[in-house]
Design a protein around this ligand. Sequence first.
Ligand code: GAP
Length: 466
Amino acid sequence: MSAPNIETIVSLSKRRGFVFPASDVYGGLGSSWDYGQLGVELANNIKRSWWNWLVYERDDIEGLDSSIIQNRLVWKYSGHEQTFHDPLVDCRTCKNRFRLDKLVDVDCPNHAGVHPGEDKECSLTEARAFNLMFRTTVGAVSSDEDENALAYLRPETAQGIFINFKNVLDTSRRKLPFGIAQIGKAFRNEVTPGNFIFRTREFEQMEMEYFVRPEDAQRIHQEWIDGFQTWLQSLGISAANMSLYEQTAEELAHYAERTVDIMYRFFPEREDETKQWDELMGIANRTDYDLRVHSKKPEDAEGKRINPDSTEDLSYFDPQTNERFYPYVIEPAIGVNRTLLAVMMDAYTEKTNDKGEVRVILKLKPELAPIKVAVLPLAKNNDGIVSLAKKLKHDLQPSMRTVYDDTGGIGKLYARQDEIGTPFCVTVDHESLEDNAVTIRDRDTWEQERVGIEDIREYLQKRLMK
Ligand code: GAP
């Protein structure tokens, strides 16, 4: 089973410390969220899995961490200043703003069950283009309107990679095909954010730009579409909750030749099956668009440089064929936050205990679980048990994230760990003081096994690897 809806995950997240509403003490800030003590661990584990898979386990990808604020010209030549818009309409009656292309996804605030514009009282304006980039000013300026100081918070991490293509190429001596991977925050002034952490104005991306010969682009694009489905399944996301969507010519971004989205069933409660899906990630063939537009050399049909501001040429010289050309780029781009939501939804399970009580189990892959082991003393007033349990916690902690908890009865403590996805609970009891052994309880089966304390680290490490 997986979560019946996003609301279930919202409630679990707040109750247990995965995600909290941001600025809560001041009434919150629309669609902004803070990651709590468990959420930050889960997000870090997802990012680590992505980075390990791409940068460490392969031989052809380098990492990068570029600036969030870049020269404004980056966004001029990437096309974002001109084209990174959503079509916006206002309702003269309810004074709300909507995305024209998403009207069918929302209800009219005054008339539940109908979309904005559908009721006779609705009065929508003509659509106008709204640029999604957050603006800021750099340095001590006289006015916020000072065009010379204008800068943007990056709306995607990708451009930082393109403008560093030559730096990485020259210093790493890479040959095509090779990739550059980056994880970092991105910002979009979304018109209709919402659905918890699904669409927010501040989010985190994991993007990899894979540079290839133009003739290899189609084949390699398909390889990454297949590869990412496998990686997502390794995170515990079931194939049944994923599907592929081929973007139509009208939907393709200005730079893309082909884009395939991996969709996740974020809305299982919707009756219409086609509306249950939304984008988890996109995998685009961006052609040579980006490297060309940031280069000083390419000219338009009239012989004019398309980029008179660039000081570099981001082409590639192939020493085997003695050819110089602009590589094509295959880009798998995925949000950390959406991945975290999909992972939590898919891991969500309910199980009924002997007493007929329904318990929540978050069946996270051990690699992703925020806490790997919880050490629980059976009697918190017994000094021997407590000090043995605390010693065990400290001994295990350097090799696996371990917590000690004595704030409830054992049934309650088990239930709490199940709900946050801790794969193993270790219980220290009166017998442990005699036989130097503890009970290990499995989160998914609730089976218990007695293990000697001297073997416990190796035992847990082996089982956490599965
Ligand atoms: N460089 C290409 C690019 O940025 P995108 O489809 O706009 O492509 C990639 O974004 C991924 O980033 C999305 O598939 C999604 O997972 C995540 N993402 C985009 N906008 C988001 C938002 N407002 N909130 C949360 N995640 C978002």
